[in-house]
Design a binder for this molecule. Structure first.
Ligand SMILES: C[S@@+](CC[C@H](N)C(=O)[O-])C[C@H]1O[C@@H](n2cnc3c(N)ncnc32)[C@H](O)[C@@H]1O
Length: 262
């Protein structure tokens, strides 16, 4: 999804909205330094498991109804998708208690993360921003992306599609906004497509990182230390105060159902 290289996996990584996915467990096993943030991490593994199981049948049914929105090549059927998702969740659940103790799973939610500026080299977000375009709105997207850019020197967001399979209108809006702030923000094709047309990510980098391991796009225009400093105002912070907590808008269980409907 993020075109991660072995070099990327040596970076300090934060995942936002990681949910019951296995990335943290698998990457940590390979020695990577990953912290995952999600509001569902306030719960015990058994509670997370119960919630996911309670929506499993509905998820498969919705996927069956929308089957033509997906590319059935590596995963060949809805049933296989269900098995893959359950195996992924099990890998997450087996790792969750020890990972939480180790500080690898943190109850935290966008648009406010509990980290100092530039605490991470890479911030990742899959199937949350842009996907919930209608539910989260433009102010939330702008604030959340800037917050990720504050804590990480490079940010990757995948995919760029909203629920229903159309590209989110916030993609271009945020590209323009980020470039105006001096970020190197581009759209990059990745070698993974499950949602049809969903093989693109947004890559956002500060000038400091842009020359180092660029995947594509235009050259950065100037130094950016953190987005709040770059903005030169408290606008994102003020916007954040007006935003409802998205876990209330989405409902955590519902977010998980929709993820599994892709
Ligand atoms: C559809 S799931 C995606 C999970 C994982 N990233 C993946 O690609 O499989 C969306 C996740 O976003 C989480 N979420 C909801 N509100 C959030 C917020 N404000 N900040 C971060 N994550 C949030 C949900 O709890 C859920 O785990």
């Amino acid at each position: 999804m993020f075109a991660l290289t072995n070099d990327d996996l040596r970076l300090r990584i934060v995942g936002c909205g990681d949910g019951p996915a296995s990335f943290n467990a698998e990457a940590s096993r390979r020695g990577a330094n990953v912290i995952s943030c999600d509001p569902i991490y306030r719960w015990e593994a058994s509670q997370i498991r119960e919630r996911i199981l309670s929506t499993y049948d509905e998820m498969l049914e919705q996927t069956r109804r929308n089957a033509d929105e997906f590319v059935w090549s590596s995963i060949r059927s809805v049933e296989e998708l269900g098995q893959v998702r359950m195996a992924t969740m099990q890998t997450f659940l087996d790792d969750f208690a020890s990972g939480k103790l180790a500080g690898r799973y943190l109850e935290a939610e966008l648009p406010t993360l509990p980290f100092a500026d530039a605490s991470f080299d890479l911030g990742l977000c899959s199937h949350f921003l842009f996907l919930y375009t209608t539910q989260l709105g433009d102010v939330f997207h702008r604030s959340a992306i800037l917050e990720m850019c504050r804590v990480a020197t490079e940010v990757r967001i995948f995919p760029l599609l909203a629920l229903g399979g159309q590209q989110s209108p916030y993609v271009h809006e945020n590209l323009d906004h980020l470039r105006a702030l001096g970020f190197d923000a581009t759209v990059v094709k990745v070698p993974y497509e499950f949602q049809r047309g969903g093989d693109y990510m947004m890559q956002i980098r500060t000038a400091r990182t842009a020359g180092e391991h660029r995947l594509g796009g235009v050259a950065p225009t100037g130094p950016v230390r953190s987005c709040r400093r770059a903005c030169g105002s408290s606008r994102p912070l003020a916007a954040e105060r007006r935003i409802q907590r998205p876990s209330r808008i989405l409902g955590i269980g519902r977010a998980d159902v929709q993820r599994r409907n892709e």
